[in-house]
Design a protein around this ligand. Structure first.
Ligand code: LP5
Ligand code: MN
Length: 243
């Protein structure tokens, strides 16, 4: 059995969700062969030197215990935690996955992504994404003191929430994946079943691309004390609510 989660956005502001995820790692997830976190595990990540933050430390320790119990722990970075690096991965006993990542299983093929790259109508975000993913920008940012990086991240979070409200008012589709970009993505990945998060619009979509039926499973974000995981039992996917 394989489990997928995304968009937990854990921090000290979300004690219920932090506890729920720790319970999940110590319980439900132990029955799996592998766990895939598809981005935005944390509210934000300003560098691997922030591993001492109490919530980061607790989650990393629990991931490591899960890995040591024999479950393969795989973490993809999201738009909030794209600065997670090898020091994080080593501490968590996790493998950092590229985005996108093709998961080939004996019985099925999946393509996994956080999902933000396909939100191509959100021009402001894509411009910010291009800039903040450049190695030069990241190197300059990582040189700043930790406290200053936290202040930048908090300012970006506030700006993001305000901008999202404004964008949603302008056009609802701005906040979702672009249909054409998604079809191209599915074509480029051999029509594999697509699993992603980011949009906070959990749903299972049926795409017909070049006459081929392709499923797209959008994971739910964790909120209001509840989470969701997607379960692959070797034959089919299903959603499981976590409370
Ligand atoms: O994350 P979410 O769901 O709220 O919204 C995303 C997009 N927003 C983001 C920003 C993140 O929320 C905050 C990231 C914190 C990371 C900290 C570490 C590193 C920082 C420095 C890196 C080197 O990703 C949002 C999308 C939405 O998804 C839906 O797809 O709309 O996009 C935006 O908010 C982008 C804004 O619209 C434009 C941002 C311009 C920023 C210009 C600099 C602001 C100055 C603040 C710093 C002093
Ligand atoms: Mn996201």
């Amino acid at each position: 059995m394989i489990l997928f989660v995304s968009d937990l956005h854990l921090s000290k502001q979300t004690p219920e969700l932090d506890a729920l995820f720790l319970k999940f790692l110590g319980g439900r997830a132990r029955a799996a062969e592998a766990l895939y976190v598809l981005g935005d595990l944390f509210e934000y990540w300003v560098g691997d030197d922030d591993l001492d933050d109490p919530v980061h430390a607790a989650v990393v320790a629990a991931l490591r215990e899960l890995a040591e119990s024999g479950v393969a722990v795989n973490v993809m970075r999201g738009n909030r935690d794209f600065l997670m690096g090898e020091a994080f991965a080593a501490a968590a006993g996790a493998r950092l996955l590229p985005d996108p990542y093709v998961l080939s299983l004996p019985a099925w093929q999946f393509v996994l992504s956080h999902g933000d790259a396909l939100c191509t109508d959100d021009r402001e975000y894509q411009a910010f994404r291009a800039q903040s993913r450049s190695p030069e920008w990241q190197a300059a940012f990582l040189q700043k003191p930790l406290a200053e990086r936290h202040a930048v991240a908090r300012a970006l979070r506030e700006r993001s929430e305000a901008d999202k409200r404004e964008k949603a008012g302008r056009a609802d589709y701005l906040m979702d994946v672009n249909p054409g970009a998604t079809d191209d993505f599915l074509r480029a990945h051999g029509y594999a079943t697509f699993i992603h998060g980011h949009t906070h619009r959990p749903a299972t979509h049926d795409h017909i691309v070049d006459g081929i039926h392709v499923e797209r499973w959008v994971l739910a974000d964790w909120h209001d004390g509840a989470g969701e995981c997607l379960v692959w039992d070797g034959e089919r996917l299903s959603r499981e609510k976590l409370t």
